[in-house]
Design a protein around this ligand. Structure first.
Ligand code: NAD
Ligand code: 3PG
Length: 551
């Protein structure tokens, strides 16, 4: 399963220079997903599910990417051990089993597949609501046990027609649940901090301004929010008390959203009729879980919301394609810890990513030490393009000089820069420049400022300005950058010195600062310049400063 990567479409800056990638799939995903990964000639896939945490820790250092569902716990300890890891793909929605901060700190991108299991999960949640309302589970068990007659008396159901349904979390799954409930003639009220009145109108649901308002007088509540510190135990005894007597609770999102002890107490008190749960605070739940003692209006499933062939094929293939494309081309889709950049946006801004990296490396050599900010401005039509990663790329290249060996990358660079006290400031400027589009990078320490700029000519990035002097140079190669008095003979002396040192000159760019009587000379050479050559350059009369830079 390994060979050489096809011609990369992405900027080299996003890829590591390596022959192949190893991907570990540590939770079961569909065969088609595994095939989509393994079909890439450069990707070697190992499917190794159900690993004990200590075994997982032992093998994770060998992998460049990891694919999980909800079982594998990708903790800070895992990220610390996973020195080669660049990406974690979640075949599903919830990422609460992945330590997002640790991933970001270690420069690992985390992606999920947000849409692949929406319908299956909404259908499952809806099925759970119907089951609890009509006692399907307990009645089924009673029939099998020969208690047909008794069960007909015991299992009086709840009709949903006309009942008030509170949907907490009106995202993808919540919205699909609401549509199905409307087909059952339920009155839907929704709470979601990101739900606009226009969207609520479009979905024909009542918009509640708070969870309490949504729950007040509700006959059923269904939860569809992510599990976070803020949403933990969002359904507790106070909120359950707001619901109508005889109400039902449905949860197909995450167990921790409900205080299970409060729920049990509310059911025991008779205020809440029952519950339908696909997820539990602890998974698997203990077999003597207090809620399992209930006899009526209950429906429990073992986290099956996304477990259909259709959903698993969707998320398995999606995650495989996302990881494959990220490793092979740098394309970023559905990332949760950095901006995404799809294939067409990536193709459009790829030359600017290369240019941003070159400007970052240049400023690291020529700009002030101990900078407090890097300012990136986008001029002309570039200002309207998807530049989200250009500034990150420039900042990464700048900081890489201080933190080599892959310690900083486009994922963790905001955190690293913050720790170093460096602000990244971006701006867009519509005013015309000499160039159609211009990318300007300026490094500052207090009042000291140093800037460089570049543009794209054809498809080639060029540096066109250094320290406000116009130049024209390539962005890759070895350069001698000299500040010198603006008088005859200096360029000749530089050429002679380099010739004597057997250094071939590939290109030369000159810029004169007439008002100050000095000039900037940029000479591209075939090989890096040694310390001795640099000393000799600095010794040429009229040379004010000289720096050797490899971009
Ligand atoms: N049981 C399963 O197998 C299964 C399957 C898929 C998803 N899930 C869970 O369902 C959750 C929802 O999935 P989705 O695809 O609809 O996600 P989504 O991102 O489309 O929707 C989540 C919504 O919750 C809202 N929200 C966030 N905090 C909130 C709060 N405090 N109160 C109210 N709303 C809040 C968001 O604004 C968003 O609209 C996931 O986070 C996942 O944990 C479970
Ligand atoms: O968040 C999700 O996508 C669901 O909880 C599905 O989890 P699973 O992939 O472990 O079934």
């Amino acid at each position: 399963m390994s060979a050489t990567l096809a011609t990369p479409a992405a900027p080299s800056y996003f890829r590591r220079d390596m022959a192949s990638y190893r991907v570990l799939v540590s939770d079961p995903i569909s065969d088609k997903g595994v095939e989509a990964l393994a079909s890439h000639p450069e990707i070697e896939v190992d499917v190794n599910t159900g690993l004990a945490p200590e075994d997982f820790l032992k093998i994770i250092p060998d992998y460049d990417a990891l694919v999980v569902r909800s079982q594998t716990k990708v903790t800070a300890e895992v990220f610390a051990a996973a020195k080669k890891l660049r990406a974690v793909g979640r075949a599903g929605v919830g990422v609460d089993n992945i330590d997002r901060q640790a991933a970001t700190d270690h420069g690992v991108i985390v992606m999920n597949t947000p849409t692949g299991n929406t319908i299956s999960t909404a259908e499952h949640a809806f099925t759970l609501m119907l089951s609890a309302a009509r006692n399907i589970g307990p009645a089924h068990t009673a029939v099998l046990a020969g208690d047909f007659k008794a069960a007909r008396k015991a299992f009086q159901g709840i009709e949903l027609n006309g009942k008030r349904l509170a949907v907490i979390g009106m995202g993808r799954i919540g919205s699909e649940f609401a549509k199905r409930a409307q087909a059952f003639n339920m009155q839907v009220v929704a709470y979601d901090p990101f739900l606009t009145q226009a969207r609520a109108d479009e979905l024909k649901v009542e918009l509640a301004e708070s969870p309490d308002i949504a729950l007040s007088g509700a006959d059923v509540v269904t939860l569809h929010v992510p599990m976070t510190e803020e949403t933990k135990h969002l359904l507790n005894s106070e909120r359950l008390a707001l619901m109508n007597p005889g109400a039902l609770v449905v949860n197909c999102a995450r167990g921790g959203l409900i205080d299970e002890a409060d729920l049990k107490a509310a059911i025991d008190s008779g205020h809440i009729a029952g519950c339908a749960l696909d997820v539990f605070e602890e998974e698997p739940p203990p077999s003597d879980h207090p809620l399992f003692a209930l006899a009526k209006h209950i429906a429990f499933t073992p986290h099956l919301g996304a477990s259909t062939n259709e959903a698993q094929e969707n998320v398995g293939i999606q995650v495989a394609e996302q990881i494959r494309d990220f490793l092979a081309t740098g394309e970023i889709r559905n990332a949760i810890n950095m901006p995404s950049l799809d294939a067409s946006a990536l193709a459009e801004v790829a030359p600017y990513l290369e240019l941003g990296a070159a400007l970052g490396r240049l400023l690291a050599k020529l700009g002030p030490e101990n900078p407090d900010s890097l300012r990136i401005s986008y001029h002309g039509p570039l200002a309207k393009k998807d530049t989200a990663l250009v500034a990150r790329t420039a900042l990464t290249a700048l900081l890489e000089t201080a933190r080599p060996d892959g310690q900083v990358n486009i994922v963790n660079v905001p955190t690293v820069a913050k720790d170093m006290g460096i602000d990244l400031v971006e701006s867009t400027i519509n005013a015309k420049t000499e160039y159609n589009e211009l990318l300007v990078a300026e490094l500052r320490r207090g009042d000291i400022r140093f800037r460089a700029a570049g543009t794209i000519i054809g498809r080639s990035p060029r540096i066109v300005e250094i320290d406000r002097l116009y130049v024209d140079t390539n962005i890759n190669g070895h350069f001698l950058i000299v500040r010198n008095d603006d008088r005859p003979g200096i360029v000749g002396a530089l050429g002679t010195l380099l010739g004597n040192a057997n250094q071939n000159i590939a290109n030369l760019s000159l810029a004169r600062n007439k008002s100050q009587g000095n000039a900037l000379t940029i000479i591209e050479v075939d090989a890096p310049l040694s310390g001795d050559i640099m000393e000799s350059v600095r010794g040429i009369p009229g040379v004010l400063s000289a720096t050797g830079v490899t971009l």
